[in-house]
Design a protein around this ligand. Sequence first.
Ligand SMILES: [Zn+2]
Ligand SMILES: [Zn+2]
Length: 299
Amino acid sequence: MSETKPAKPQLLWVQTLIFSLTFLVAAIGVPWYSITVGFEWSAWVAFIVWYFATGMAITAGYHRLWSHNSYKAHPILRTMLALLGAAAIQNSIMVWASGHRDHHRHVDDDQHDPYSVRRGLWFSHMGWMLRDYPSGEVDMTNIPDIARDPIARFQHDYYIPLVLLMNFAPPLLMGFITGDYLANFLLMGVLRLVVTHHCTFFINSLAHYWGSQPYSDQCSARDNGWLALFTYGEGYHNYHHCFQTDYRNGIRWWHWDPTKWLIFTSSLAGLASDLRRIPQETINMAREEMAKKLQGSTG
Ligand SMILES: [Zn+2]
Ligand SMILES: [Zn+2]
């Protein structure tokens, strides 16, 4: 008698190819060009600007605005976040936010959290996107509010053309201005995409694995100031899972949270409003409860 192992869900070829090819070009093509030709400083500046713009479209837009409604954004800002978010290639706002709301609702539940860290660090980082897992099935009934947003709808309906436009046009434009198309394609196009991918994927993997739990140990989410540096401020993930409607993740003024600074600055410019903050007493209470619990378990 032969034992049959349950078959793995089908490999999703498009995702797998995008992740592998961009990674290979970033790991081999970028150092090769750097050694044989060399990059101008302008290509590095464009890389850094585009890294922040497209990464924070995910954290300030996809995450804190659309998934959590932690503030309101003017249509101009929503349009910018939707376009720049398409450049990050992490699926449409609607698909992303639906999965993310499932993540909060069913966190650490292997059947219903699309990127549960209990299934391993690799699974929560990238593995969940490479196969057709039942836990990753998209059910948009949890985003009726986003489905009513014409900007999010438009981005969903024209997602592929927008991805192509937002990934090819800016490096081409920089290439036209500076005369070096390949350098800008490699840095602003490919390296930026790969780095932004992993920096945002860390929030699902390392931010559920490495760090402290000052507010609650009811789920795996952690606070980690180091991780905040690489995640546009989303390293304060224990706080975020406790108080998901707060537009801030790092709540102290000195916490590295460029996403909260972007939202706050946008509000000064009249592009954002109704920034939601959890009252400090509520936050303090959660901290005290957790400290008591820890004392109880060690004392
Ligand atoms: Zn969240
Ligand atoms: Zn999380």
